[in-house]
Design a protein around this ligand. Structure first.
Ligand code: 13P
Length: 250
């Protein structure tokens, strides 16, 4: 049985004072829950602030990206070591916004996954199809390509996969539990084939317009183990309700 895992991707929101307010509210409301793993992923500039606020609670810290190199002349980049230094345990890799706006490819995702794992971070690897890809019936081909390319040479311990259909992100158009489950089952099959029994512990999150009123229906699906939440993770009440609503009842 996999423990549910909810992560809040704050994207490019929250100055330090805003981050302090949000993280303290969450620490008070969901900071002691034991039956669920929760990670907050603020922007780089608020990582240390949030780390200090959530110290002593069960909330965990994650970053939204990292460099594939360990250190060096790479202006603007942030390494795994630096993320560990400010208290991160997780890192999101290959989010569709990075693929769409910043040239991320399956190859760069692969290099970043290797950097994260060798640096001691637990990666959350994002996959997902665009609307034209879904409409042309190529969803599973896209997911297979992303998994094949991204996970080449990657060990599966500590890995989390986030299935985020691009058409569901920030649109209010959540995938139906059945649509999500179909892709999650495909991902689970891919993982079983690639990793054998060790794959049983890998959690697969769903992301894309997750809200307090749709999370339970998603979580009840056999292969949905959690959620990667964007917009609704920026409000204390909605994120707390999502976390509380994701206790598994299967
Ligand atoms: P929304 O929850 O705002 O749709 O964003 C999902 C997402 O991209 C999380 O990484």
């Amino acid at each position: 049985m996999r423990k549910p895992f909810i992560a809040g991707n704050w994207k490019m929101y929250c100055t330090k004072p805003e981050a302090t307010k949000l993280a303290s509210g969450l620490a008070a409301s969901i900071g002691s829950l034991e039956e669920i793993d929760v990670a907050l992923c603020p922007p780089y500039t608020a990582l240390e602030t949030v780390h200090n606020v959530i110290a002593g609670t069960r909330l965990r810290l994650g970053a939204q990206d990292l460099a594939w190199e360990k250190e060096g002349a790479f202006t603007g980049e942030v390494s795994a070591l630096m993320l560990i230094d400010v208290g991160c345990e997780f890192v999101i890799i290959g989010h569709s916004e990075r693929r769409q706006f910043f040239g991320e490819t399956d190859q760069s995702v692969n290099r970043k996954l290797k950097a994260a794992i060798s640096g001691g971070l637990d990666p959350i690897m994002c996959v997902g199809e665009t609307l034209p890809e879904r409409e042309s019936g190529s969803t599973l081909d896209v997911i297979r390509r992303q998994l094949d390319g991204g996970l080449t040479g990657i060990a599966c311990e500590k890995l989390t996969i986030a299935y985020e259909p691009v058409w569901a992100i920030g649109t209010g158009r959540v995938a139906t539990p059945e649509q999500a489950q179909d892709v999650h089952a495909f991902i689970r099959g891919w993982l079983n084939h690639a990793y054998g029994p060790a794959a049983g512990g890998i959690r697969i999150q769903y992301g894309g317009s997750v809200k307090p009123d749709n999370v339970a229906g998603l979580m009840v699906q056999p292969d949905i183990d959690g959620a990667l939440v964007g917009g609704a993770s920026l409000k204390i009440e909605s994120f707390s309700d999502i976390v509380r609503g994701s206790t598994k009842r299967k």
